[in-house]
Design a protein around this ligand. Sequence first.
Ligand code: AMP
Length: 325
Amino acid sequence: MSGIRPTGYLHLGNYFGAMKNYVKLQEEYTCFFMVADLHALTTHPDTRELKENVHRVIAENIACGINPDKAALYCQSHVRETSELYLYLNMLAYLGELEKTTTFKDKARLQPDNINAGLLTYPVLQTADIILHRASWVPVGKDQEQHLEMARNFVKRFNHRYGEVFPEPMAYNFGEQLVKVPSLDGLGKMSKSENQMATIYLADDDELIRKKVMKAKTDAGPTEPNTPKPDYIENIFQLMNLVSKAETIQAFEKSYLDCTIRYGDMKKQLAEDMVEFVAPIRMKAASIQQDKTYLKKTMDIGAEKARDSATKTMQLVRAAMGLDY
Ligand code: AMP
């Protein structure tokens, strides 16, 4: 089970941190992937563009390889059981631990005029999403590690108090480690809303991708063999690792070590490899997004599958809690 908020355009961080794993998991497991529109309300209370954003994220998920016939692809608010479970879990979450959450502190700093209770209990809602399907594996990027740890704590508390209902959910990546896709400015990670010129979006056109990559920070290059790479250069190699061929990466690694590397050439190559990766997804997503009948039907079918699973879980939850009178 996993989800993505409809708060902006999806980017390479979402793809390599989350969606790439969704696509693999759907082949082997019963999967639930959703667009987290309720989570979006914690930071984006204006709902005028929400519907279009939900449609775009659904379209982008399908364009990236989610097969709605295999996985349940749905919208969070279409499954009302989520809100009931969120309410029960809130009674098991403590103010102290919620206030200490890194994402809460970051967001509170970014929106000091809107530090709402939903923002504080964001990890509780996320736990409700996951355990509503009694999910064990949660494909997410590295930034979600702490939330998953909190989810396991809430689950342990629930199971301890009311009896074993839920498995403890674990963050999942097919590689050995969770992924963090760095931004092109060397300052942080790719993101839906921050550093937009340093993030490659799945909707970016070819020229914009080239422009963003060519702006990435570099320097005059190493002057002595085997110099350790500065962070911003390491990031460019990391990005190349995601989209370029092994022999291309090896050639640039070698030229870095013997100090013949030309960062201009490296960025040109990276830009072309990113264009080749993003263009087919962009075109497919754009055509799906226009087909409103297909999108509605897909979301309806996904919600039905999710509600079916949620109803079963909530019967167990109410019985375990003694709320079945
Ligand atoms: P969000 O964009 O916060 O809704 O996150 C959706 C999913 O994408 C989550 O699983 C995140 O961990 C993942 N994600 C977002 N940004 C990145 C990034 N720069 N690198 C890796 N994963 C990311």
